[in-house]
Design a protein around this ligand. Structure first.
Ligand SMILES: Cc1ncc(COP(=O)(O)O)c(C=O)c1O
Length: 353
């Protein structure tokens, strides 16, 4: 949260101002968020999950369509596909990054494919040029799940600008938080009006409620002014917070890959990760976790590969790249709250072998 004395007066104005729900604070947040992160536009949502659901619908995904996706992610990436009645097709990941591997994605594209859904896992950008080329060649949409990757860049472009749609999450443990919240950006501005209606029951804002006509059922995914004002104040400090993630990530890259048995995740030359959490690879990831636990630092694999959940059992495939990545994976903290001294303690503990 921003400093109390800066946030509270703004928050109180909203809480006692009579306009709690979606309103001017949300719209100002949308404008400033898009401008700050170099996006063509931004729509505020109650969560990244809601934004992703509408992103899929905006890209034409309907029941029975296939979405080529990754299992190495948080579950909402894929539960939203099921929510539509569409079919997740799990492509394999590069064992050096945990990110979708373009050749595997291409092999999964078929006549029913409507979209490729990529996740910039842990804040490390996917091979976006290759994914864009694949989507164009096969005439399918490219959707970027940037929930982990606020502030990352790829080939000189802001993350979220290469896909046809992209989403961000402002849930409690992300680079920035509005307690819960999300944003959707759409490459085609002509799709914004329909996306706004999906965000709000299918209703058009600004048309009197007694005259408006719902033609497609929408959802209750709007951002509130309360979340909007928190987001607005967070934007003042966000560059500094992201810079801390990146500084820690780069320092770990240099220090940890010099230790025998450990390696940093591969980063393409054109890729600028924002290191939401640090991806460390080790032939004995359990030993890394134990060593860090001894100095009071939590490390883990964070997620369960989604295809291992029962709900995704019908879509399970053999994913050898993911199996290798997951076996070697251990995430270590590299957020803005980690001090330089903590970072050195982590490096020192791991360098003891
Ligand atoms: C990769 C990924 N996608 C989507 C989401 C959904 O975001 P939210 O929690 O804001 O709904 C999350 C976060 O939980 C996530 O980590």
């Amino acid at each position: 949260m921003p400093p109390r004395d800066a946030l509270m007066p703004m928050l109180e104005d909203v809480l006692y101002g009579g306009m709690l729900a979606e309103g001017e604070h949300v719209y100002e947040f949308e404008r400033r968020f898009a401008e700050h992160f170099g996006l063509p536009n931004a729509l505020g949502f109650s969560s990244g999950t809601g934004a992703l659901h509408v992103a899929l619908l905006s890209c034409g995904v309907r029941p029975g369509d296939e979405v080529v996706t990754t299992s190495m992610t948080a579950e909402p990436t894929n539960t939203t596909i099921l929510q539509i009645g569409a079919v997740p097709v799990f492509a394999d990941v590069d064992p050096r990054t945990g990110n979708l591997e373009p050749a595997s994605v291409e092999a999964c594209i078929g006549p029913r494919t409507k979209a490729i859904l990529v996740v910039h896992y842990a804040g490390y950008p996917v091979a976006l040029n290759a994914m864009r080329a694949l989507a164009d060649r096969h005439g399918v949409a490219l959707i970027e799940d940037c929930a982990h990757a606020l502030g990352a860049r790829y080939a000189g472009q802001a993350i979220g600008t290469i896909g046809d749609a992209a989403i961000f999450s402002f849930q409690a443990i992300k680079h920035m938080t509005t307690v819960d919240g999300g944003a959707l950006t759409l490459r085609d501005p002509a799709k914004i009006r329909a996306a706004k209606k999906l965000r709000w029951f299918g209703l058009e804002k600004g048309v009197p409620r007694t005259e408006v006509d719902i033609v497609e059922a929408g959802y209750k995914y709007n951002m509130t002014n309360v979340a909007g004002v928190i987001g607005l104040r967070q934007l003042d400090d966000i560059d500094e917070a992201i810079a801390r993630h990146i500084a820690h990530g780069q320092a770990f890259d240099a220090a940890l890959s010099a230790i025998p048995g450990l390696s940093a995740a591969a980063v393409e030359a054109v890729s600028e990760p924002s290191y939401w959490i640090y991806t460390l690879l080790s032939d004995d990831s359990d030993a890394v976790e134990r060593r860090l636990a001894e100095i009071g630092v939590a490390a883990s694999k964070l997620h369960r590969p989604n295809h291992l959940h029962s709900v995704f059992a019908p879509y399970r495939r053999d994913l050898p790249g993911l199996a290798e990545f997951y076996r070697r994976l251990v995430h270590i903290p590299c957020g803005w709250w980690v001090s330089d001294a903590d970072r050195e303690r982590i490096v020192s503990a791991l360098s003891k072998g």
